[in-house]
Structures are given as C-alpha cells and as structure tokens.
Design a protein around this ligand. Structure first.
Ligand SMILES: Nc1ncnc2c1ncn2[C@@H]1O[C@H](COP(=O)(O)OP(=O)(O)O)[C@@H](O)[C@H]1O
Ligand SMILES: [Mg+2]
Length: 241
C-alpha cells in the first residue's frame, strides 16, 4: 500500500515556471523553461536529471529561497509570490524542511542544539529542547545529543540534519542530493529512514538524486532536462521489512 492512498490533497503545484538568471545581460541563463508539476500530500517524489538541468533552482524556488521569473507556485494552498518577504521567511521556517548534500550543520553547535535551532524561532528553549530530543531519539540518535558534527560519521550527521528538517513538522521536506556524499550502504540507510518517516508521519518528500536506485525507492520519478520535465515514471513497488 502506498503512503498516499486515500489522500489526494495537492500540497505542491508548480505551473509553467521560468527562471532566468542574470536576465538582460550577456550571461543570461534560462534555468527553468516553463516547468509544471504536482505533488500530493504524503508522496515521496524523486527528481533526476543531468548536472545543470535546473534541479537545485527548482528546489530553491519551491522552498521559497529564490524568486522565479514567471509562472506560479502553490505550497499548501497558497501562491508563494503573494507572500511579503518576511512572511515568506516565517512560512518557510515553519513549513519547509531542507536537507542538503553536505548536511550544512552548524559545526560549533551540538547535535541537540542544531536540531533546536529552527524551533527557537517559534518556541521557548525548554519546549524546543524536548522536541529536539524526541526527534533525535526517533531517528536513532538518542546517544549523541552532546556530540559536535565533527565527532559524528557522515550518516550520523545526515540523521541530525534530517531531525533538524523534521522537528518543525513541516508540510514538505526538500532534499538536494541528500545521499550524494554518503557511501552506498549509508545512503540506503538514509533513504529507508525517509521511507519510514514518510509512512509513519505521512511526511511529503521531494528528493533530488543522481542515484537510480535511490530514486526507485520513491513513489514517482520526475526526469528533468533543460529546465522542463521530460519524463515521469512510477518505479516498481518496493517491499520494506
Ligand atoms: N545563481 C546563479 N546565477 C547564474 N546562473 C545560475 C545560478 N544558479 C544556477 N545557475 C545556472 O542555472 C542552470 C541550472 O543550475 P542548477 O539548478 O544548479 O542545476 P542542477 O542542480 O540540475 O545541477 C545552470 O546552467 C547553472 O549554471
Ligand atoms: Mg544541483
């Protein structure tokens, strides 16, 4: 059974989005060329495509980190260009979880403190601490609260980054090659972890990956080339133990 069975709410809709960098200069780059897609609540979607095809640009636009040149993006029912920039920052902090290839943890904060950071924008220290502890335990990191990122393995650091993305209970988690810097065994651990979070919490994921096997663990694969979707694929259902 798919995690999105019985729930057809569209959480993300991208419609005919163009992104032109350095518009009007000789360095103009048309990174997104009228891309459209939809993601349902509880879906786990993979995005694949050659280097430079616009994957990161797309994720940054979905996540409200970058503005688009034209088109429309709805996240959780609202068109994101209608947000004032401060409002967008608050919406983003609460509703969008980012996971990056190189983890991007704060090196001088402990695992627990890293996970508390996004919550401290909304809540008091004590509540943030309790919530961060609970998510770290859920991800098997209960014994590492006081460790600095440099004292953790790559897979453990990515678990902390996943906990940080998850702790605000976001509407969507965006991963930009989240397993790209991990060996294949650890990458498999992380994608199984995403799958578990997806099933247990109904968490929606959009994951950019270069790895065919990782993409096949998702519900749907969108292939991008030259700033548009060129193919959509439903991988064979997988069985998890
Ligand atoms: N900030 C930027 N300024 C100018 N060009 C950019 C910028 N970011 C990305 N690009 C260009 O846009 C295109 C798409 O880039 P990107 O979205 O990073 O691709 P991908 O993540 O698929 O490798 C590339 O040609 C890239 O060089
Ligand atoms: Mg990229």
């Amino acid at each position: 059974m798919k995690a999105n069975d019985g729930n057809n709410e569209i959480i993300l809709k991208v419609e005919n989005v163009h992104k032109i960098y350095a518009q009007g200069t000789s360095a103009e780059v048309h990174a997104l060329q009228g891309i459209s897609l939809e993601v349902r609540k509880g879906e786990m979607v993979a995005i694949m495509g050659p280097s430079g095809c616009g994957k990161t640009t797309l994720l940054n636009i979905i996540g409200g980190l970058d503005r688009y040149t034209s088109g429309k993006v709805w996240l959780a029912g609202r068109e994101i260009s209608t947000y004032a920039s401060e409002e967008l920052a608050r919406f983003r902090a609460k509703n969008i979880g980012f996971i990056f290839q190189l983890f991007n943890l704060f090196p001088f904060l402990t695992a627990l403190e890293n996970v508390m950071v996004p919550l401290l924008l909304f809540t008091d220290h004590r509540t943030a601490r309790r919530a961060a502890e609970s998510v770290l335990r859920e991800l098997g990191m209960g014994g590492f609260f006081g460790h600095l990122p440099g004292e953790l393995s790559g897979g453990q650091q990515q678990r902390v980054a996943v906990a940080r993305a998850l702790v605000t209970n976001p509407k969507i988690i965006l991963g930009d090659e989240p397993t790209g810097d991990l060996d294949s065994t650890t990458a498999a651990d992380i994608i199984y972890l995403f799958r578990r979070i997806n099933r247990e919490r109904g968490q929606t994921f959009v994951l950019v990956t270069h790895n065919r096997w990782i993409a096949e663990q998702c519900d749907r694969i969108l292939h991008i080339d030259d700033g548009v979707i060129v193919k959509e694929e439903i991988p064979k259902p997988i069985t998890l133990v």
